[in-house]
Design a protein around this ligand. Structure first.
Ligand code: HEM
Length: 152
């Protein structure tokens, strides 16, 4: 229970400690973690790839997110998530995918689905033994994106 509260807090609380905002057109698009050691804690590119593979399996098994992802180009979305997380974690990547607002604008995503995605990401990070504090630092950067993703 405490664990669950932890991620909800991380996702929607105002705890953005650990996140820094690089100057860019949109604060959410340019945000990075401030700790340069975090990329290693996620196992670098290989670790991120495993986490995102597990994450997508989870999303396809969760009734709250299944419908959104089963018709998507899962391989492409996974590649983009690895690139995006790598950049956020200060890894040697540059995210070249779509901006969060336009890519999600027609999907009718609600708060329950957003929470479900955060929860499934947390399960994937747990499975891959990412330390809890490191998990929360990534979630703190992702959480403000709800403004661009939730449309109903
Ligand atoms: C912090 C939360 C989220 C992040 C960081 C995120 C990130 C991304 C990224 C990087 C892409 C690929 C962009 C591209 O193709 O260039 C994407 C696509 C997509 N996302 Fe999200 N997403 C989030 C939340 C959600 C939620 C809650 C849902 C639905 C339950 C969702 C459904 C989708 C779908 C269906 C696509 C594919 C859209 C298409 O190809 O037209 N996302 N997302």
């Amino acid at each position: 229970m405490l664990r669950k509260l932890g991620f909800i807090f991380a996702a929607f609380g105002i705890a953005i400690a650990g996140a820094s905002i690089a100057s860019s057109a949109s604060a959410q698009e340019g945000a990075r973690v401030s700790d340069p050691g975090l990329y290693k804690e996620f196992g670098e590119k290989a670790g991120l790839t495993k986490i995102v593979d597990d994450f997508m399996v989870n999303l396809l098994n969760d009734p709250r997110t299944k419908a959104s992802f089963e018709n998507a180009d899962q391989k492409h979305v996974k590649a983009m998530l690895v690139e995006q997380f790598c950049e956020i974690l200060q890894g040697p990547c540059s995210y070249k995918g779509a901006k969060m607002k336009p890519i999600h604008s027609n999907l009718g995503i609600n708060r329950e689905q957003f929470n479900a995605l955060v929860e499934q990401l947390q399960f994937a990070m747990d499975k891959n033994k990412v330390p809890f504090a490191a998990q929360n630092k990534l979630l703190a950067v992702l959480a403000p994106m709800h403004r661009d993703i939730i449309t109903q």
